[in-house]
Design a protein around this ligand. Structure first.
Ligand SMILES: Nc1ncnc2c1ncn2[C@@H]1O[C@H](COP(=O)(O)OP(=O)(O)O)[C@@H](O)[C@H]1O
Ligand SMILES: C[C@@](O)(CCOP(=O)(O)OP(=O)(O)O)CC(=O)O
Length: 233
């Protein structure tokens, strides 16, 4: 087997906790990583998408609904949905013996653990604000990335720093009344915390999508996003 030396500008903790590295044998010395050279191990190199669509919005605004619709319109070979909360939930489910599928779904199960997950995620981000961005995107090979759930300005900064010419930001909005019909109720410590309010002051969204329930209207609003994604292919 060939062996190649790659230099990474990372800390040991970063490498040792990454999912992809767990899948491949390696020898790590500070600042460099020796990886068995195989097509699989190339997934470890930070990939370069052609377009990064970063969505955000308050809970029950419909981020998953809107990004699922966009993904359906663009198709799987062109795009993939990447959730920043997925690696967070995966770690959290493992540590606390929880049902990962239910945590990932839209139902009430995840709400029972939301505060704790926020806390746990913030502890990880304190050392490394890009931790979940990097884990969520690692190994993604599709040209168009649909990031479904930015929540903090550090999330936007991470994508804009990594992919300055490729990142576009989209805010999903709807009234609190409609969010309530979707199961939302105000929870202290969640709806007034950074997880939900961290991007409230942002003004320079590339698009704002009003997701108030009308599918035709939603499709119309997504048109310029879809056109951009298709044009870049
Ligand atoms: N435009 C819509 N039409 C019908 N149902 C919707 C629409 N937007 C969201 N929903 C539903 O509302 C619930 C919350 O939406 P979701 O996409 O999970 O929100 P978020 O990811 O922002 O928390 C889900 O059950 C979803 O199917
Ligand atoms: C701990 C979280 O990652 C949980 C996010 O879960 P979801 O992304 O499922 O939430 P909504 O879709 O907005 O309802 C939040 C965070 O602050 O990181």
């Amino acid at each position: 087997m060939w062996v190649t030396q790659l230099h990474f500008d990372v800390e040991p903790q970063d490498v040792l906790t990454s999912q992809s590295v767990r899948h491949f044998g390696f020898v790590y010395t500070r600042g460099s990583l020796t990886v068995p050279f195989s097509p699989g191990s190339m997934a470890d190199v930070q990939p370069t998408p052609r377009l990064v669509l970063v969505f955000s919005g308050k809970r029950k605004s419909g981020k998953d609904h809107v990004t699922n619709l966009l993904h359906a319109r663009l198709g799987a070979p062109l795009s993939s949905i990447l959730r920043l909360s997925a690696p967070l939930k995966q770690h959290f489910a493992q540590d606390h013996s929880l049902d990962l599928d239910l945590l990932l779904g839209p139902g009430p199960y995840k709400e029972r653990f939301r505060s704790e997950m926020i806390q746990w995620g913030e502890d990880q981000r304190r050392n490394d604000p890009g931790y979940f961005c990097r884990l969520a995107t690692r190994g993604a090979t599709e040209p168009v990335w649909i990031i479904s759930d930015a929540r903090r300005s550090t999330d936007l900064t991470w994508f804009r720093t990594q992919y300055p010419d490729k990142t576009r930001t989209i805010r999903v909005q709807c009234s609190d009344q409609i969010r309530t019909t979707r199961g939302w109720s105000f929870t202290e410590g969640v709806d007034d915390a950074e997880s939900e309010c961290g991007l409230d002051q942002v003004q320079d969204w590339d698009w704002i999508i009003k997701n108030e329930g009308d599918t035709e209207d939603l499709e119309r609003q997504l048109r310029p996003v879809i056109d951009l994604a298709l044009k870049q292919d």
